[in-house]
Design a protein around this ligand. Structure first.
Ligand code: ZN
Length: 251
């Protein structure tokens, strides 16, 4: 009688433990997706920053090239005009103008080289951030697909467990079941725990020797004086492997 009830309570505990694990998983799953979405957004933002820089640099390079082209035209015109100047005063003025144009061109060359260098740097940065953004995007896609699958499996399993729980509750005497439910509503999981070598597995504290002797007699269902959980002597129940269904749900 006692042993059967303890066994049924332990079975109920297993069912409730799995239900709790599944519910936690269902609650946490959307958060995983959210944090992935955040990472995806950050990667896209980083990519846009680099793209903006690239656009700016490309524009600047084009502008410089236009300016340089105009200067070349001006320089050519000045050279041909020089052939036609009448006096040395005009001639010196022309030489100065050409000098200035050449200097300007040289500084533009340097500016252009600096822009080209930066453009190269940003181009490789762009490749990097694009690869990163694509990787996160793929990860997110896989996670979303996996999430739906996992949620569906978890809900299905929860339905099965609800049925099993109903059956397990049916065979327990009402006073014992209500004791179980009372503890379940007030303490964090688990409700019923083993006592091994006088130590409660729920709170890891030794129960008094007299209580341990009572427990070993196996006549009535006792509670741990410290944590109030239902207790059973570990040797009263054959060590059992995890229920098969439990393994399936986790796989
Ligand atoms: Zn305890």
């Amino acid at each position: 009688m006692y042993h059967k009830q303890i066994e049924q309570l332990v079975m109920l505990q297993r069912i409730d433990g799995e239900i709790l694990t599944l519910r936690t998983e269902l609650d946490n799953a959307p958060q995983e997706i959210q944090s992935l979405e955040k990472r995806h957004q950050d990667a896209e933002t980083a990519r846009n920053v680099v793209l903006e820089k690239l656009g700016y640099l490309t524009d600047q390079l084009k502008r410089l090239e236009n300016d340089m082209e105009e200067d070349h035209v001006r320089l050519r015109k000045s050279k041909s005009k020089m052939m036609m100047v009448g006096n040395s005063k005009e001639y010196h003025a022309m030489v100065r103008e050409m000098d200035n144009l050449e200097k300007l061109n040289r500084s533009r060359d340097e500016e252009k080289a600096a822009f080209a260098e930066e453009l190269e740097r940003q181009t490789s940065a762009e490749q990097e951030v694009t690869a990163k953004a694509e990787a996160v995007s793929k990860e997110l896609e896989v996670a979303r697909a996996g999430l739906d699958e996992r949620m569906q499996a978890a809900r299905k399993r929860l339905d099965v467990l609800a049925g099993q729980r109903k059956e397990a509750c049916k065979v327990l005497p009402p006073p014992i079941l209500s004791r179980y439910e009372f503890i379940r509503s007030r303490l964090p999981n688990p409700v019923i725990v083993s006592v091994d070598q006088g130590v409660c597995a729920g709170c890891n504290i030794s129960i008094p020797p007299q209580a341990f002797i009572e427990l070993q007699k196996g006549q009535q269902i006792l509670s741990c004086p410290n944590c109030q959980r239902l207790i059973f002597w570990v040797q009263h129940i054959a060590p059992q492997t995890t229920p098969e269904e439990g393994k399936d749900a986790k796989a």
